[in-house]
Write a protein that binds this ligand. Structure first.
Ligand SMILES: Cc1cc2nc3c(=O)[nH]c(=O)nc-3n(C[C@H](O)[C@H](O)[C@H](O)COP(=O)(O)OP(=O)(O)OC[C@H]3O[C@@H](n4cnc5c(N)ncnc54)[C@H](O)[C@@H]3O)c2cc1C
Length: 418
């Protein structure tokens, strides 16, 4: 019998991991990854951190060396875009008119930068930071820029700001919100980050919007806000979020709603097509019954493993606990669980320093733990959440309370011969 073909669209974190996991599971199939970027799969997290500072090089960003794909018989087609899916005949068409027939198709198309719809956004030295090519262009410009304006105080904007400030650049970060990482982080932790970024020399400007980018001879020279302020800039970084790459799915009539809609098994409405990673709108058990789209390495890798197991005949609903990290200069933020609006915020530790945690409760139930430079609390938070340990906000805030003691005791090892 002919081998089945598993086609994976998107050569990012999620696409790579499905292929690697299928091989780990010794699944006997033709495995093809198609990616439109001109690079073998690489990691994005270093791009806004060590890579910009030259602390991490290309070989450390690549997920696996070229030999890996040959050794594992994974066909890697890079620099080509998939443009159409024929669900009836189970075929994917690529932009060069080549066609891949599939038995199962995995959509791991990720997300793209949300554009900034203001005049001047197309000037030279205005950058986004999602791909390796974008990071390379930005890094080159950073070598002689003296002032930078970052539009968007989200994770990527602030990671860049911290890196740029380290090089001695004068950095201003603007946001329409009233605090950093407002969509994802508690007010308590946000306040700590605002203070520490300012201490590191980053100028934070909130509750404002960009009216236009100013330029001379085609190059950006500054940013003007709606309230009339002008901030000079040798370079501008736009980090105002992403748009999921759903078009391929939408054009073949798969349901799409802020991402490609998948069920608990990460399957689309077509049993021969799955969607994973940044592009997948999935029902997450930690999302309080709602459908979410998560943008994290953990989510991309764990969803890929989940789908690989299903393809290999070991189906299970996706149930991994979400977690995430963001390194902003010397500030190592880790988050686990998923917060919702209106959570009670309980601080554990000293908010005036750079080592503390915030435990978030909804209806007296722990739903999220944010830690700053406190990896042990992060790991503990993960165990508390996966074990659904009942703890009170008072216990969480009390440094004398040993939270580890609340974890279920490991089952006693069976006595030999019993
Ligand atoms: C600068 C940066 C820093 C980050 N830092 C962190 C961090 O510190 N911690 C963390 O947990 N997460 C971080 N993330 C998020 C994390 O990298 C993403 O969640 C993860 O890469 C998602 O993987 P993915 O495979 O779903 O999507 P992607 O990595 O975006 O890969 C999707 C790929 O599919 C390609 N593609 C799209 N459409 C097509 C098509 N039609 N045909 C062929 N190819 C196509 C895209 O070009 C892309 O290469 C960061 C992201 C960025 C950009």
């Amino acid at each position: 019998m002919a081998q089945p073909t598993i086609a994976i669209i998107g050569a990012g974190q999620a696409g790579f991991q499905v292929a690697a996991s299928l091989r780990d599971l010794h699944y006997n199939a033709r495995v093809v990854i198609v990616g439109d970027e001109p690079h073998a799969p690489y990691q994005r997290p270093p791009l806004s951190k060590g890579y910009l500072l030259g602390e991490v090089d290309d070989s450390q960003v690549t997920l696996r060396p070229a030999a890996f794909y040959a050794q594992h018989q994974i066909e890697l087609i890079i620099g080509k875009r998939a443009v159409a899916i024929d669900r009836t005949r189970r075929k994917v068409g690529l932009e060069d008119d080549s066609v891949i027939e599939y038995d199962h198709l995995v959509l791991a198309t990720g997300a793209r930068n949300r554009p900034l719809p203001v005049p001047g956004a197309d000037l030279q030295n205005v950058f986004f930071l999602r791909t390796l090519d974008e990071a390379n262009r930005l890094r080159e410009r950073m070598s002689d820029a003296k002032t930078a304006v970052v539009i968007g105080a989200g994770f990527i904007g602030l990671e860049f700001a911290a890196s740029a400030a380290k090089t001695g650049m004068e950095v201003t970060v603007l946001d329409v919100a009233d605090r950093p990482m407002a969509r994802a982080l508690s007010k308590t932790m946000s306040a700590v980050f605002a203070r520490e970024h300012e201490k590191a020399g980053v100028n934070l400007v909130f509750n404002t919007q960009v009216m236009r980018l100013l330029g001379e001879n085609g190059r950006v020279t500054g940013v003007e806000t709606v309230d009339g302020r002008v901030m000079p800039a040798d370079l501008v970084v736009i980090g105002i979020g992403v748009i999921p790459n759903v078009e391929l799915a939408a054009t073949c009539d798969l349901p799409v709603e802020n991402g490609i809609v998948v069920d608990r098994f990460l399957q689309t409405s077509d049993p021969h097509i799955s969607a994973i990673g940044d592009v997948a709108a999935h029902e997450n058990p930690y999302a309080h019954g709602t459908r979410v789209r998560l943008e994290s390495v953990q989510n991309a890798a764990d969803q890929a493993r989940c789908v690989a197991h299903r393809i290999a005949g070991q189906p299970a609903a996706y149930s991994a606990l979400p977690w995430f990290w963001s390194n902003q200069g010397n500030l190592k933020l880790q988050m686990t669980g998923l917060p919702t609006s209106g959570c009670e915020e309980v601080l554990r530790g000293d908010p005036n320093g750079t080592v503390c945690s915030v435990f978030l409760f909804r209806d007296d139930k722990l739903v999220c733990v944010e830690t700053l430079n406190r990896p042990a609390d992060h790991m503990l938070g993960r165990r508390l959440l996966t074990n659904r340990v009942v703890l009170t906000p008072q216990q969480a805030g009390d440094l004398n309370c040993d939270l580890k003691a609340l974890l279920p005791k490991p089952a006693a090892a069976a006595a030999p011969g019993s």
